[in-house]
Design a protein around this ligand. Sequence first.
Ligand code: TTP
Ligand code: MG
Length: 395
Amino acid sequence: MDIKQHWGKVQFGGRTIAHVDMDAFFAQVEVLDNPDLAGKPLIVGGQRDSARGVVATCSYEARRFGVHSAMPIRRAAALCPHAVFLPVRMERYQSVAAQVRGVLESFSPSVEPLSIDEAFLDMSGCEHFYPNAHTLGMHIKHGIREATGLTASVGIAPNKFVAKIASDWRKPDGLVIIEAARVDTFLSALPVGVLWGVGRTGERRLTQAGLRYLRDVRQQPVERLCDLLGERLGWHVYHLARGRDDRPVEPNAPAKSIGNESTFAKDTPDGPVLRTRLAQLSASVARRLRHAGLYARTVTVKIRYPDFATHTKSRTFEHTIRDDDAVYEVAAALLDELRPTRPLRLLGVYLSQLQSRAQGTLFESGEAGPLSGVIDRVNQRFGGQAIRRGREIDR
Ligand code: TTP
Ligand code: MG
């Protein structure tokens, strides 16, 4: 049949994965709520004179002036003085994100949200509802537009890796289909930085070895890649560069990390104030972990200097942890190792390698220690932070 034949070319030898990413998400919502802003350079993240604010996102009109996410507001104001500056209204964005999620779930039972504004959909087996992949993509975009009034960019490909690159390819309001037969050509000219899981160091090792593009990587035997990157990452890169990625779409994937960070009103050197904040952040992420019924195996501390230089250090354990004391103890050791040489602008604590069961020896069973349990119960009963440990009290 005609339909089958058409999909035959784009059915990617099995899977049909869509990646959907909203365009300039926070900025689009602001325009939705105030249509006078349409077409203007718009910067979401804080007032123009905000000394310490950072750009969360900006409209495409503002991007033309070189403004981008994570840039200090002050710098954005210098680049684009006539922009409109707005504060972040997270609750509003979350409610629009929930509408988008509803639309995506009407297309497939298998939707994996990645962040507030993007998700993967596994459309395998649903191909016969649409004459071709392009029509499927248009349906998704129209569905989102009807429900929210917003534009999204969509990539459709045989796997997550290629679909995610595709959705970014023609932003904003893009739709890019990469069928199986085109994967090789599509990937060839991309820089090695697109390889997920490789990190800054891996990227540097590849480029220093003269491997700048995926086509360069593809010409290397796997042994060479393993020499450069280690056994596991070497094989990973070997397959990805060939467009092979068999990660499933995981609709109920648990949050990959739980974290809290805090930007100081005044740059803060290592000392009692910083350590108190570390204790507070540790307690708050551990509390959220317990609240979610999860256990963590990795603790990460992140620091940022006033010039935005950012460093992280992590430690992963065989056993799980979920107790304030355990998290704080590891976080404090990591902060020691990071040895802040100058006052910090930001401090963050993250828990990852999350799992739903405790694991470890009896002594380190990963259960919340008795004190954390008591504190949680009292705080649940009396609300907020009725009791805290001494080390969390600001002095
Ligand atoms: P992105 O999808 O990375 O950015 P975007 O949707 O604004 O723009 P586009 O996808 O068209 O390139 O992030 C989604 C939202 O997450 C973004 O609107 C604001 C928020 N965000 C931050 O708060 N801080 C950040 O550093 C980034 C990158 C995003
Ligand atoms: Mg986006």
